[in-house]
Write a protein that binds this ligand. Structure first.
Ligand SMILES: [Zn+2]
Length: 280
């Protein structure tokens, strides 16, 4: 199961060949987009960003969370929307699982979507649909699902000098869709080190891992996905699933039994921002 989980984090890797051999470009200067509220600070235009879920102090390495409070009987369903440049070129495959969106909306289930910039560009209509649903929220899964560290499974690695601009560009792309925008960020493969966290410091984000790895990419049936989730989940869990149909084909089939299993355990799905809220 552990191996399955590890493999599952490498979604998209089979579509990838070679390495990024482009020379690194200098990172652009970035305007801080979030600031921590100080009791004595005067309101500024950037202060509006304070209320954005997941926003943290600009200039500090971001916190990394893998679950919420274990005291509340709630969990967060998170769906990664991976899109590499190789996947983007594969126009014959669908990397959006509409059945998941349908089921979540029909059953009025909250969810948080970690979207790559390239996924939003390929599927603007589905990104708009996610943004238009108040039970959903939008988070950052990098621009093109490249690794932010060395040796992240078989994902190609971004040059260190491009990490900040890659994450910033993704926020820019996603912000155009409106809806429940957040400053939550998830690394491809969950791979991060101190340098990767430092690269995100200018952006005022919260890094979100997860404590329930469903193994849905490359699963050959729905049952192992259901079993993986229901055997690991507990109060406060962050569940990692994928909304990329072609390489996570059974996620929609697993979702119904997962929701029923959560209900039997007395666990209610909430948005990630609600799970991580200190309120209640
Ligand atoms: Zn991913």
């Amino acid at each position: 199961m552990r191996l399955r989980g590890i493999i599952s984090l490498c979604l998209g890797a089979v579509f990838l060949t070679g390495c990024n051999t482009m020379p690194p470009e200098p990172a652009p200067s970035l305007t801080p987009v979030a600031a921590e509220r100080s009791p004595k600070a005067k309101p500024s235009p950037s202060e509006a960003a304070v209320s954005v879920a997941g926003a943290t102090t600009v200039g500090h390495n971001p916190p990394v969370v893998s679950h919420g409070s274990r005291e509340r009987q709630v969990v967060a369903l998170t769906f990664d929307a991976d899109m590499t440049e190789v996947m983007l070129k594969n126009t014959s495959a669908s990397f959006v699982n509409v059945k998941i969106l349908d089921m979540l909306q029909e059953r009025q289930i909250p969810a948080t979507f970690f979207i790559t910039g390239l996924w939003a560009k390929r599927y603007p209509e589905h990104t708009r649909r996610i943004a238009a649903e108040n039970r959903f929220e939008i988070a950052n899964h990098t621009y093109k699902h490249s690794a932010y560290t060395p040796n992240c499974y078989s994902l190609p690695q971004l040059p260190r000098t491009e990490l900040t601009s890659d994450a910033a560009k993704t926020f820019e792309v996603l912000s155009e869709f409106g809806g429940n925008q957040t400053r939550y960020f998830r690394f491809p493969g969950l791979c991060h080190d101190t340098a990767a966290l430092t690269a995100l410091a200018p952006l005022g984000v919260t890094v979100v891992d997860g404590d329930v790895i469903s193994g849905d990419p490359f699963a050959t049936a729905s049952r192992p996905i259901v079993d993986a989730v229901l055997s690991q989940v507990k109060a406060g869990s962050i569940i990692i699933l994928h909304v990329t149909e072609a390489n996570a084909q059974y996620t929609d089939e697993a979702l119904g039994p997962i929701l029923e299993g959560l209900a039997k355990k007395g666990l209610t799905p909430v948005k990630l921002s609600d799970l991580l809220s200190r309120r209640g």
